[in-house]
Design a protein around this ligand. Structure first.
Ligand code: KE4
Length: 424
């Protein structure tokens, strides 16, 4: 089995045999697959097995794998060089696209990942306000920066406790964790720490506890509280930027963050992140201001042209209504299959992203997400993989569709999922 042979070699060379933990399939069991190629809505492993892909590289590929316009742009650029270490014209073009489409962004800084974007945004918020506390929501993930890798008891506002060895309590203790969708807990936090809170960072639609939607008034409530106490509101749109609408979740939910973090679709599959926002805040970033942040490959021309080609094609297609309808065709089909099997489930869906929770209650925060039957999810994941349907190897992630997915793909996927469920 080539997957297994290669994975054994990988495990001897890289921790867990992977470049990112979730790819080891530890939460779902079974053999991780090694990819050989991908095209449009399909992906193949090294044994030649084909899958309909709803992982889509965790979100960047809203146009599908290897879109010809993106491939052509990258190919033309690499013949002119892969990295310059000086400004290139493509950075200006992509910055103009970001500023014109993302409502709250007047100025932007490119980095190489979503983690860099959120790490830098936190540092900027602390530098701009001169304050130390960061507030995040339980179950939200903002990359692996120390201040944001904090687990804490949910239920009430708590000072972060180191959830990950290597994050000293002096750092974790500066992060306050509040339950998602719980404005009263956030108000309580501001009553206790308000004058010392630099920022609140939120996934405006959560994707990392599985998909969880903001309750009515939640996002605006965050903005109002941060404004009242002189803190900054940071929207982490690494998943939702350009995914839910041209202007992302902030456009859809009409909320104006002070800083927005971007990534994934922004780079169209190439390494790229960004943070941007109000001009008076962004002007604090070096070399214009004192808040230092830098990167050898920041503004890399190959990533830039991949992002430009992706956004230009995405905005030309304006596919959001069609993506919503196609996604609903899939979620309603899966819902029927699970109901027929008597399997309790809750599907949270918005636009072209969704999560199936195996629980019969509503899922509106991390506590309710954790009620999902993870053993059943793991069995479901393995059964689908066997039938040629690839979904995220974790209960707490989102399925993604792309403009490359067709109605025929959805119908074939539903047939494969039906076969997968025959043994349930
Ligand atoms: P990266 O550093 O992985 O580019 O971005 C971190 C990040 C920041 N903010 C949000 C809302 C994110 O979802 C992410 C990364 N997402 C995870 C899974 N949803 C990436 C997959 C992985 O870690 O392997």
């Amino acid at each position: 089995m080539k997957n297994r042979e290669l994975f054994e070699r990988a495990r001897a060379l890289m921790p867990g045999g992977v470049s990112s933990p979730v790819r080891a399939f530890k939460a779902v069991g079974g053999e991780p697959i090694i990819v050989s190629k991908a095209q449009s809505s399909r992906i193949w492993d090294v044994e030649g097995k084909e899958y309909i892909d709803f992982l889509m590289s965790w979100g960047p590929l809203i146009l599908g794998h290897a879109h010809p316009k993106v491939v052509r742009a990258v190919h033309e650029q690499v013949l002119k060089g892969l990295s310059y270490g000086l400004t290139n014209e493509h950075e200006i073009t992509l910055a103009e696209l970001v500023v014109s489409y993302v409502p709250s962004v007047q100025m932007v800084r490119f980095v190489s990942s979503g983690t860099e974007a959120t790490m830098s945004a936190i540092r900027l918020a602390r530098g701009y306000t001169g304050r130390k506390y960061v507030v995040k929501f339980d179950g939200c993930y903002h990359g692996h920066g120390d201040s944001l890798l904090v687990n804490a008891g949910s239920g009430v506002a708590t000072l972060g406790i180191p959830g990950t060895p290597g994050v000293p309590e002096e750092i974790a203790g500066l992060t306050i964790v509040v339950p998602y969708n719980d404005l009263s807990a956030l108000e309580e936090t501001f009553r206790r720490y308000g004058e010392d809170i630099a920022c609140v960072i939120v996934e405006p639609v959560a994707g990392n506890m599985g998909v969880v939607l903001p309750r009515e008034g939640f996002l605006q409530g965050i903005k109002d509280l941060t404004q009242r106490y002189g803190s900054l509101c940071i929207c982490d749109e690494v998943i939702t930027n350009f995914r839910l609408s041209k202007g992302g979740a902030q456009e859809l939910f009409r909320v104006e963050p002070d800083i927005t973090c971007m990534g994934k679709i922004l780079g169209g599959g190439m390494p790229l992140g960004a943070y941007g926002g109000r001009r008076d805040i962004m002007e604090k970033v070096a070399p214009e201001g004192p808040v230092y942040q830098a990167g050898t490959l920041s503004g890399n021309p190959v990533s830039m042209v991949a992002g430009i080609a992706t956004l230009e094609e995405l905005f030309r297609l304006n596919p959001y209504q069609a993506l919503e309808e196609l996604t609903k065709r899939l979620t309603s089909g899966i819902g029927e299959l699970l109901t027929r099997k008597g399997i309790h489930h809750c599907i949270n869906q918005i636009g072209s992203m969704f999560t199936i929770f195996f629980t019969d209650g509503e899922v509106y925060d991390y506590e309710t997400a954790k009620r999902s039957d993870r053993e059943l999810f793991a069995r479901f994941f393995r059964a689908l993989l066997k039938e040629g349907v690839l979904i995220p190897p974790s209960q707490f992630e989102a399925w993604f569709l792309s403009t490359a997915h067709t109605e025929e793909d959805i119908d074939i996927a539903l047939e494969r999922i039906d076969r997968a469920l025959s043994s349930f």
